[in-house]
Design a protein around this ligand. Sequence first.
Ligand SMILES: [Zn+2]
Length: 231
Amino acid sequence: MAGERRCALIVAAHPDDADFGAGGTAALLARAGWEVRIVVATDGSKGSDDPAFTPETLVATRQAEQRAAAAKLGVASVGFLGFVDGELVSSRALLGAVTREIRAFQPFAVYTHDPEPVIISDGFVNHSDHRTTGLATVDAVYPTARDRLNFPEQIAAGLPTHKVRELYLWGSNQPSFAVDIGAVLETKLAALLAHTSQFGDGAQFLEFARERWRDADGRTLERFRRIVLFR
Ligand SMILES: [Zn+2]
């Protein structure tokens, strides 16, 4: 990867998903000098039962929380695509928006939701927005961002095509790659706790979270399905 820009793009459906899925990895990459950008596809406008929020104040709150979380990870760059939470569908608009992010940022690696499982580990339903975000991102990585005749108006506006080298999918039933995040677990948890509208003061959440990424050998891992697209 000599001469490659050391940068990674994380595409998540909702505010907090990037921190759940790849927050530890993002913190490690940032510490190693990588440029990391988090992009959130939806506006997070359905993510609270608290009647004190209107959809507008919830969107603003969750964007501020995502920026604060990213700052904890050492991630300076955060973007919001602004699609309505809970209503994400596969569309040219979504594919074009993610393609634009890839062309503008030129990442070596892209991280996103695994779009395939409807049920993860027989334990979680994989939110429809997660599947849709993951699928649009995989499609944008290959082949849409690569080929100049896809969304040619982006090329005409000055964006270059781009070949992403490596793709990492979290929430997979077939993880093939693990990142030991033990050194940055507290950083990841601090980022998650920045989402105050989701986790309150965090005491109960922390109890669950400290165990969630621990494996049988006591290591703390983020697991991904890894696809090397171009060598
Ligand atoms: Zn989510």
